[in-house]
Design a protein around this ligand. Sequence first.
Ligand SMILES: Nc1ncnc2c1ncn2[C@@H]1O[C@H](COP(=O)(O)OP(=O)(O)OP(=O)(O)O)[C@@H](O)[C@H]1O
Ligand SMILES: [Mg+2]
Length: 510
Amino acid sequence: MSGMNEIILEAKGIYKSFSGVPVLQDVHFDVRKGEVHALMGENGAGKSTLIKIITGVYSKDAGTIEWEGKPVEINNYQDCQKLGVACIYQELSVIPPLTVAQNVFLGREPRTFGLIDYAKMNRMTQELIDRYQFPLHPATLVENLGMGQRQLIEILKGLSQNSKLLIMDEPTASLSGKEAETLFHIIETLRSEGVSVIYISHRLEEVYRLSDRLTILRDGQNAAVLNREEIVPKKVIATMIGKIVDESAGSKKMLHSDDTAPVRLEVKDLTDPADRYRHISFQVHRGEILGLGGLIGAGRTEVVRAIYGVDKAKSGEVILDGQKMNPSPKTSIAAGIGFVPEDRRSQGFIPLLSTTRNIALTNYDIIRKKGAAVSYADELAMSKKAIKDIDIRPADPDKEVGVMSGGNQQKVVLGKWLMRDLKLLIVDEPTAGIDVGAKNEIYEILENLAKQGVAIILVSSDLQELIRVSHRILVMRKGDVVKEFKNEIVTQSRVLSAGQGILDEEEAQA
Ligand SMILES: Nc1ncnc2c1ncn2[C@@H]1O[C@H](COP(=O)(O)OP(=O)(O)OP(=O)(O)O)[C@@H](O)[C@H]1O
Ligand SMILES: [Mg+2]
């Protein structure tokens, strides 16, 4: 039979080890023409490694790859492009000092008389932006954009290549509902045009919605290949992580917040020099988890960065336990504020250092308190505790963080803050890229911290997470706080509507 069942790509008997540790063992993976094939598995299961072998980033130790029925050697990205394969990697590869257009056409710049034709490049980029309706401008420097927009650029780059197979490794990790929805429409259109898509995600609802088939990897081996009708939530989770997790929590909740608890953080009239947010005022009480919702680019990340002091606000006040702060990362750390940034790769950890070192670096003040000299034993004890508390894998304190899987890198960043005695913890997209099992562990840790009196600000584009974890929710839109959900029933659609500037059902009736 031709058409739907034609296999475009087949990887057979793939083996890969890193320094003697097997990461993939006898893995089989095939993709049909015009299908969306999802790839799932716990953090560290080997998904990205398999993709990197298929796209020639890593060499394989054994196995073959066939393209349209013929064995091929793919040794680099050029080989891939020649076959018609494009890949959006989990680690975004956009270059911050360049513009959006320069990134999209990097290495493929349109030229006139041998010179790069910037006007044409901007025009071509604008056409793509219009076609896919992404909130981007061709001439913006990428360094001025948040993670969500950077991810959209990466997607645009992949889409601009007119590929037969498009591989997406966690394309929605930093996207909010609306942008993710746009992407799903694009994927559905591509499928109807006969393009194949490999889709990696930890968000189960996306996989249920999009995929024709699903391959599950577990500890570097094939665990299952499921057809569309076999993709049942409980079964998928059990196959993936070997335990049942309730995925339905977080679509609707009655919010409870205690405003009789003392105010821990007060933000007054905070305004950005670049006008990305203005006149932001709110309080967070002891033991309260305040969720910040909104679309990407709404200004949430900018606000929390200003509270912590990574960026400076133009005006306004940040008051912690009644003390006016002069926010800078140094004073914030000393005052008991923790911050898990959205962009973990460039701000959250040092790739060449071990888990122990990365955790110790933020925590020398506490490690030092215990004795005159910093002892490696104290550092190690802290690192082992973090590894155990949030299940960092591999559970090796000496492992270089740079070679760990995306989700495990995130756990290291989170882990180093959870080891401190905090007054306020700010987490920006804390579980982007983290598997369902580990997500639950992180939610529990946040809830326990809150019970101990820590105030928490959670920025999350995952509505399910936002609703499930928050005690109260503020929604931002275009730099303003437009809505507060407090002691009432909140649903995903209410938060989404507020973020898009659409009147609430309840308000519309009033
Ligand atoms: N360059 C490397 N050097 C050494 N080990 C590596 C390297 N790349 C990956 N690994 C290891 O291979 C294993 C699989 O990692 P991989 O990145 O493929 O996982 P993943 O399934 O993509 O996980 P995640 O969902 O967290 O992104 C991990 O144990 C990781 O530490
Ligand atoms: Mg990965």
